[in-house]
Design a protein around this ligand. Structure first.
Ligand SMILES: [Zn+2]
Length: 387
């Protein structure tokens, strides 16, 4: 591993031959064509939020340091940016008139419109650049251990770097491409940012059943992504077929796992749709995201819905009434215990050893108020189950 610190490269040098393409996947070049600014393993340009671009230029104008930039020497005289791509791209975008920066009078100024001494100041700014001659595995190790980027790589970006190759390139062109017309449909079921690789991460998670890095390692040199695409669209088609109405809570559910568990079960979409609407209208359902799995599982596991429970005041009032009646009859205050034949038949439980139960189950229309509440000892409440 060899590194050399260079301090004589200026913004002017870097921007020489700078090419910019708004579409993703296009590499950008600078330093008279000897520098690849966006190598395959680098994330897409994600500074175009109108703030960070401007901050980079403002920093230069104020003489603030821009931080270290890392180049990797690919071959003699040929470099690619390991870290610093976004800062360099911001500079290049400013030079080529892609955005303006407010001057001291609050006026928006493009590069071509600012005073020539300011232009010169930017162009003559020296950058701090580490030139590295690293092997592929050293680069990967570096990416894994150091996160000095202004926007840290997320897990998928890191994996894309580690397993860079034709498969990742194809995967990104399908799943990280804002021009893909399927994105709107996918976005209903997956909370996403294409630039941050969420769809790709999701597709890989589904097809690999959670073993993303294994899958990427095995398919690294594949020249097609047929299996990945097919599996992903199969899951999406299944979800949109079972649940015909799109609800915002559907976003980012574990659709891959739900597909695995339930895709062999038949559903009637009309009935499903009616049930979804009923549950959405039920004020006792606290966790709407659970509605979909609840229905897929046959509308049995009410735990998924976090159905509103009886409040402490109700429990205490019912406990007191039940206990007084029970004491008068020398019976247990748990109605189920009274039906038994052991010592608990006449046991008076303390409040802490009892739980509230829906007399008529919530799933069968029983409501959560005092008229439908009884206290049972913990054993009997558990035996009755969460219905
Ligand atoms: Zn009991």
């Amino acid at each position: 591993m060899k590194t050399t610190l260079k301090t004589n490269i200026t913004v002017r040098d870097i921007c020489d031959g700078f090419t910019y393409n708004e579409l993703e996947g296009k590499w950008l070049f600078g330093l008279s064509g000897t520098l690849t600014i966006q190598p395959e393993y680098q994330r897409s340009y994600i500074y175009a939020d109108g703030k960070r671009d401007v901050a980079v230029i403002a920093s230069i104008l104020k003489g603030y340091p821009l931080g270290l930039i890392y180049f990797n020497t690919v071959s003699p005289g040929q470099y690619e940016v390991l870290d610093g791509q976004q800062r360099i791209t911001s500079i290049g975008r400013y030079m080529t008139g892609k955005f303006a920066v407010k001057d001291e009078n609050g006026m928006e100024q493009y590069f071509s419109g600012i005073a020539s001494d300011k232009q010169a100041k930017i162009l003559e700014t020296n950058l701090l650049i580490y030139e590295c001659e690293w092997t592929e595995s050293e680069i990967k190790e570096w990416f894994k251990t150091i996160n000095i980027a202004w926007v840290p790589l997320n897990e998928q970006e890191l994996l894309n770097a580690v397993f860079s190759g034709p498969f990742v390139t194809l995967g990104k062109s399908e799943f990280s491409n804002t021009q893909n017309s399927n994105i709107q449909k996918w976005g209903a079921y997956i909370s996403w940012s294409a630039l941050r690789q969420d769809f790709l991460a999701c597709a890989l998670d589904w097809v690999s059943h959670g073993s993303i890095s294994d899958y990427m390692a095995r398919h690294r040199t594949d020249t097609n992504i047929t299996e990945l695409k097919t599996y992903f669209s199969t899951v999406i088609d299944w979800v949109s077929g079972v649940f015909v109405d799109v609800e915002k809570e559907m976003c980012w559910l574990e659709w891959g796992r739900l597909y695995d568990e339930y895709h062999n079960t038949a559903y009637n979409p009309t009935k499903v749709s009616a049930e979804v609407r009923t549950l959405y209208g039920d004020t006792y359902v606290k966790y709407r995201k659970g509605i979909f799995e609840y229905i897929l599982g046959g509308s049995i596991d009410t735990k998924l819905l976090e159905v509103r429970v009886f409040d402490d005041a109700t429990k205490k009032a019912i406990y007191t009434t039940q206990s007084e009646t029970a004491k008068a009859k020398s019976e247990s205050n748990c109605p189920h215990c009274t039906m038994g034949h052991d010592a608990n038949k006449s046991k008076i439980w303390v409040l802490a050893d009892m739980d509230a139960d829906h007399v008529s189950a919530w799933s069968k229309g029983g409501i959560t108020d005092m008229s439908n509440c009884q206290m049972l000892c913990k054993t009997h409440n558990r035996a009755k189950g969460n219905r």
